[in-house]
Design a protein around this ligand. Sequence first.
Ligand code: DGP
Length: 229
Amino acid sequence: MPEQQKRGAFIVFEGLDRSGKSTQAAMLVDRLKQERADVKLIKFPDRTTPVGKMIDSYLRSQSELDDRAIHLLFSANRWELASHSSCGHDHRCDRYAFSGIAFSFCKPSNLSYEWCRAPDIGLPAPDLTLFLDVGPDTVKSRGGFGEERYETEEVQQKVKDVFERIGEEMGMGLLTEGGWVVVEGDFEKEKVAEVIWDWVKPLSGGVSRPLRTLWDEKENKERNDQLYI
Ligand code: DGP
């Protein structure tokens, strides 16, 4: 496919709180901007929108919300930005729908895995998800830990277990579309950034396959069928 028809890769960072996602996402965007100016970084939750402000108040324990209601607000926050800024066109994303499942599924209210996944079905699917693997004991020792609602060692351990399940479901590496890669995050940030770059480099020139949608089997099948006509 000609270079100009390629689209920018959609790359997502996931991980526990204080695992270094924001730092690594920013470092990657800086590196890519040396080659192309149009790379964008999105952060979820985006606390600047009206929905994001409700989420922010909840996370700071300034308001209480039903577990289902807050779950749907997090998803709405992704949808409002997915439609406005067309996620998937050269975007790097700090957290995404996988956090939605991980943080809600582990709550005591026993929401089902399928229910947690449902509101995000159809969002743009990442070409690559980088999971920064740092243990709950490490994140606990990092600055600022404990300021927000989910920042306890117990919650982070449960979240980590759900992320492992999601990673298995998404499939490992670049060979499968939307591949999930576990990056050891306990090293110094420059070393972690080099490992991340090894994964991102093959995608840095753009991607030729169409953007897929998350967990939307029917729509993805139709796009694949069109490709082979
Ligand atoms: P951050 O700004 O990246 O530190 O994230 C804020 C907190 O919100 C963090 O504890 C993870 C949590 N979180 C992020 N996305 C979701 C989501 O979709 N659902 C729920 N329940 N929690 C989320």
